[in-house]
Design a protein around this ligand. Structure first.
Ligand code: FAS
Ligand code: PHB
Length: 389
């Protein structure tokens, strides 16, 4: 098997890259270790920045998103049982779109299948070979048999637990990591959201987030310990904690059947550089952010929005500038998102350190009362539109 670009992973990064390259007429193959059903039902992110929605819309995969997605112009910070709205669109001129990551993945898979470009499910990459040569190879297994995919570039879009990053020798890789002493227990509930906009709540019992997926489905999270177990969280306890942590005068949280729940640990992680020879990393394969800033999915898309034109220039114009600049350019945005996600996590989660909790309360009071502080939070949350990021 041969192609120009081998893409490992059919998450948002891999599928978007494959979509963009196919539109540009560049042969590529997407290899995904799981089933189509698994990747299309994996509940993850929910907030899309305009950079993401514009890219999906302008490349013909935004129609259902625009029909079913929810455009939001603000988010609420809630503390001391009081609501403080951050009027993002007024402050920045930009909005966000609430539309589940699994819906984005479904739309991209549908477009991929319609294009006829190769997308192999249950095709697990075992290793990458000769990534510093001009003919790297992807060794993968499918139907119990080993295969080799010869290519000119490998896009490692296989997430944090994938194999592509490990093809870069440790001596060539700089890794930055921080584990947080928090986890998130997330639920999908079959109940109309109790709020029009997202609510990020700081409470002495711990952080809570009220997000949404549709007029009928609510997405909610509570801070838990990083090694917590779902067995300790019966539905009654989840709702009790949500009622306490999200409480505000004159506001009611409506309960409903919980249809999905899971616990996610939180970490910050960056692997530099995002290129090694003919291997290019994108998305969670290169970086992880705590979900408090709603950046993970958007960073993955931002990476491939840089990588696709760089590969197009290589194949169509024979220039390597985009590829040579890819890692440095992507990492500027990655580190900005790392800093913002770390800031939002520190701002809202319950710490074991009372000094930190008091500092946090003061920061929240400052953001709630200072248009300058609110604008800084808002412009990072909607996705920085500054040169160089
Ligand atoms: P992904 O992990 O989405 O995709 C990688 C793909 O590669 C997967 O389909 C995997 O099956 C495949 N793969 C792995 N190894 C392979 C191999 N050897 N061969 C072939 N394929 C292989 N972000 C937010 O913004 N907000 C959130 O609330 C949020 N919640 C999250 C909850 C969880 C449990 C997780 C894990 C992540 C969450 N994220 C959230 C971050 C998430 O949205 C990621 O940023 C996003 O999925 C990144 O997309 P990709 O880089 O494409 O990686
Ligand atoms: C979600 O809707 O899943 C969501 C929203 C905002 C976040 C994290 C997750 O910061």
């Amino acid at each position: 098997m041969r192609t120009r670009v081998a893409i490992v992973g059919a998450g948002p990064a891999g599928l978007t890259l494959g979509h963009l390259l196919t539109l540009a007429g560049i042969d590529n193959v997407v290899l995904e270790s799981r089933t189509r059903e698994h990747v299309e039902t994996r509940v993850r992110a929910g907030v899309l920045e305009e950079g993401t929605t514009n890219l999906l819309r302008s490349t013909g995969v935004g129609e259902r998103m625009d029909r079913e997605g929810l455009v939001h112009h603000g988010v609420e910070l809630r503390f001391d049982e009081t609501a403080h709205r951050i009027a993002m669109s007024d402050l920045t001129g930009h909005s966000i779109m609430v539309y589940g990551q699994q819906e984005v993945v479904k739309d991209l898979i549908a477009a991929r299948l319609q294009s006829g470009a190769p997308l192999h499910f249950e095709a697990e990459c075992a290793s990458l070979e000769d990534v510093t040569s001009e003919r790297p190879r992807v060794v993968f297994t499918q139907d119990g048999r080993a295969h080799e995919l010869e290519c000119e570039f490998v896009a490692g879009c296989d997430g944090f637990h994938g194999v592509c990053r490990s093809a870069i020798p440790a001596a060539a890789l700089r890794v930055y990591e921080r584990a947080y002493p928090f986890g998130w227990l997330g639920i999908l509930a079959a109940v109309a959201p109790s709020t029009e906009e997202l609510i990020y709540a700081r409470h002495p019992r711990g952080f809570a987030l009220h997000s949404l997926r549709s007029p009928e489905i609510s997405r909610l999270y509570v801070q838990c310990s990083p090694d917590d177990d779902l067995a300790h969280w019966p539905d009654t306890r989840i709702w009790d904690e949500l009622h306490v942590r999200l409480a505000a005068k004159g506001w009611t949280l409506h309960e409903g059947p919980i249809i999905e729940k899971g616990i996610t640990s939180m970490r910050s992680f960056v692997a530099e550089p995002m290129r090694y020879g003919r291997l290019l990393l994108a998305g969670d394969a290169a970086h992880i952010v705590p979900p408090t800033g709603a950046k993970g999915l958007n960073l993955a898309i931002a990476d491939v929005a840089l990588l696709a034109p760089a590969l197009v220039d290589w194949f169509h114009a024979g220039t390597s500038t985009g590829l040579d600049m890819y890692s440095d350019t992507a990492l500027r945005r990655v580190w900005r998102a790392q800093d913002f996600s770390n800031y939002m996590t520190a701002l809202l989660h319950r710490h074991d350190d009372e000094f930190e909790n008091m500092r946090q309360l003061s920061r929240l009071q400052y953001v709630a009362n200072s248009p300058a502080a609110a604008r800084s939070l808002a412009e990072n949350y909607v996705g920085l539109q500054l040169p160089g990021f």
